[in-house]
Design a protein around this ligand. Structure first.
Ligand SMILES: Nc1ncnc2c1ncn2[C@@H]1O[C@H](COP(=O)(O)OP(=O)(O)OP(=O)(O)O)[C@@H](O)[C@H]1O
Length: 188
């Protein structure tokens, strides 16, 4: 059994790492899934009430509310799989939750790239998806996420991946970490 967590600033490559895991047959639990589930449980609409419920969870149960609620989802996936990837860890408080729950079976991977590279990639992603940026600049998003303790979480990482090369090189590196670190047999 192994749990791999990813942490990284916006546009660093967490979504791509999750894609690599899924391709290797490793289920992915995202903090967003937890919020969507909670929104539905409250009879609200995940499309519009997602942000309000995320905030309500933190107000009601503190900064680890979402990580705590992800534990049963992770344990559920571990019944049928050797490993799970947890995407969207945002703070050192959340890291503590996974370390307490899974001990040495938890590996934290920090995905890092300079702001200029992340900005270019996010601009391209936005163009591809036709998405608006919600008026928030990358600096503002970085600041907001660092304010939750993401810098401390990144400093706690067991492995740092610099995502500054090609996408293929990044996929290869993530695949290597997932397979060797978790000592897994993945689908070829
Ligand atoms: N090494 C790379 N080379 C080229 N493009 C990349 C590379 N790594 C990631 N990308 C692209 O950059 C964009 C951002 O990556 P990704 O969506 O994985 O980031 P993220 O960390 O999940 O960001 P967010 O927190 O905003 O969701 C995506 O379009 C992705 O395909």
């Amino acid at each position: 059994m192994h749990v791999i967590g990813t942490v990284g600033l916006p546009g660093s490559g967490k979504g791509e790492a999750a894609t690599v895991a899924r391709e290797a047959g490793i289920p992915v639990v995202t903090m967003g899934d937890v919020v969507r589930q909670e929104t539905a449980d409250r009879g609200l609409d995940p499309a519009t009430d997602h942000g309000a419920v995320a905030q309500a969870l933190r107000d009601e149960d503190g900064p680890t509310a979402i990580a705590q609620r992800s534990l049963p989802m992770i344990e559920d996936r571990l019944e049928n799989h050797d490993a799970v990837l947890v995407d969207g860890i945002r703070s050192d408080d959340e890291v503590d939750i996974f370390e307490d729950a899974f001990g040495d079976d938890f590996t934290l991977v920090s995905i890092e790239a300079p702001a200029e590279i992340r900005r270019e990639r996010l601009d391209d992603r936005g163009r591809d998806a036709g998405a608006a940026d919600g008026g928030e600049s990358l600096e503002e998003r970085d600041e907001r996420e660092l304010g939750w303790g993401m810098g401390e979480a990144m400093a706690d990482a067991d492995v740092v991946v610099e995502n500054t090369d090609t996408l293929a090189a990044f996929h290869e590196r993530v695949r290597e970490i997932i397979t060797t670190d978790a000592d897994l047999q993945v689908d070829q």
